[in-house]
Design a protein around this ligand. Structure first.
Ligand code: GLY
Length: 313
């Protein structure tokens, strides 16, 4: 018996209100992903397609719009997982690629591994002829570092005295923003999850967050459902948040209860800030965050995609 398909997507949790461009892009991404599900495509296709639209838009911190690390390089992370056989693939620190999520999917489907990192991940993407993106120009590097330091609340005097990465890192108020992700359930009842990010502001070169770590940034299991996280990776990793939410779903908790309990634990145990898309195997879902806002939406084919920047808290 076929099941009604459903897709959820996010464009990050943080303080900033959603822009018009982000709203339009998220609605378009949800519509494209849902259309695949409607035609009977597997949930993994819907998740990849939805995330590719968000990565290619330049209006989120992922793919083309990724923020830069402190050495001026754009290193991106992504992961994808399918719940039927628990297959997963991920890339971390990949460069010069337009769609890291497609590299993650190729790791899942074309290798015996789960995670490729750094220049080797970039070479892997080249081997598969994935679309490229140009390296950041000097002007972009300068503008990005000034913007990130301003956002972190550093004064002009502080900015002038900061010369080494470690100083910048310890003084910064780190904020994760705009990571993108999606979860979907297809007509066969297979769940899939994915996420893609440029990381966080003022990060040390080589820093990797939760997004490419299976069980931290994403998880999918047909016996539970699918989860995609956004927020500050350092906290999410320490609680393996996506897996903890999935385990609670498998144990019978509703999506709302599962995510509420885990976000509360994240806040009390490690002062973590995050948002989550949570989709149970029976189609119930929750979008929740303990940040001020989360840009996200969902669609089940009726009416128009719902896109907002505040959900269950
Ligand atoms: N959640 C994105 C990151 O921490 O890199």
């Amino acid at each position: 018996m076929t099941k009604p398909p459903l897709i959820l997507a996010h464009g990050g949790a943080g303080k900033s209100p959603m822009t018009k461009a982000q709203r339009a892009c998220l609605a378009e991404a949800l519509a494209s992903g849902y259309e695949l599900l409607r035609r009977g495509a597997p949930s993994i296709d819907a998740v990849e397609t939805t995330i590719k639209i968000l990565e290619g838009s330049g209006v989120f911190n992922a793919g083309v719009g990724s923020c830069l690390q402190l050495d001026g390089s754009k290193r991106m992370d992504a992961s994808i997982m399918e719940g039927r056989d628990l297959r997963a693939g991920a890339v971390a620190g990949i460069e010069l690629v337009r769609h890291p999520i497609s590299a993650a999917r190729l790791v899942m489907e074309e290798t015996a591994h789960v995670l490729l990192v750094g220049p080797s991940a970039t070479r892997f993407a080249r081997h598969w002829k994935l679309d490229r993106q140009s390296p950041p120009t000097r002007a972009q590097q300068k503008a990005a570092s000034v913007k990130a330091m301003k956002r972190a609340g550093l004064s002009g005097a502080q900015r002038r005295t900061l010369s080494v990465f470690a100083q910048m890192q310890t003084r910064s108020r780190r904020e994760a923003r705009d990571t993108v992700g999606a979860v979907a359930l297809d007509r066969d009842g297979t769940a899939a999850a994915g996420a893609s990010t440029g990381g966080i502001a003022l990060m040390l070169p080589g820093r990797v967050g939760d997004t490419p770590l299976i069980g931290c940034g994403v998880y999918a299991d047909n016996e539970a459902g699918a989860v995609s996280m956004t927020g500050l990776g350092e906290g999410i990793i320490r609680l393996a948040v996506a897996k903890e939410i999935a385990d609670r779903l498998a144990g019978g908790a509703s999506p709302v209860m599962a995510v509420r309990l885990v976000l509360a634990k994240l806040a009390t145990r490690v002062q973590g800030r995050a948002g989550a898309l949570v989709l149970a195997k029976d189609g119930r879902f929750a979008i929740a965050h303990n940040t001020a806002r989360m840009t996200a939406g969902y669609w089940n084919g009726s009416g128009k995609p719902v896109v907002k920047d505040k959900f269950e808290r």
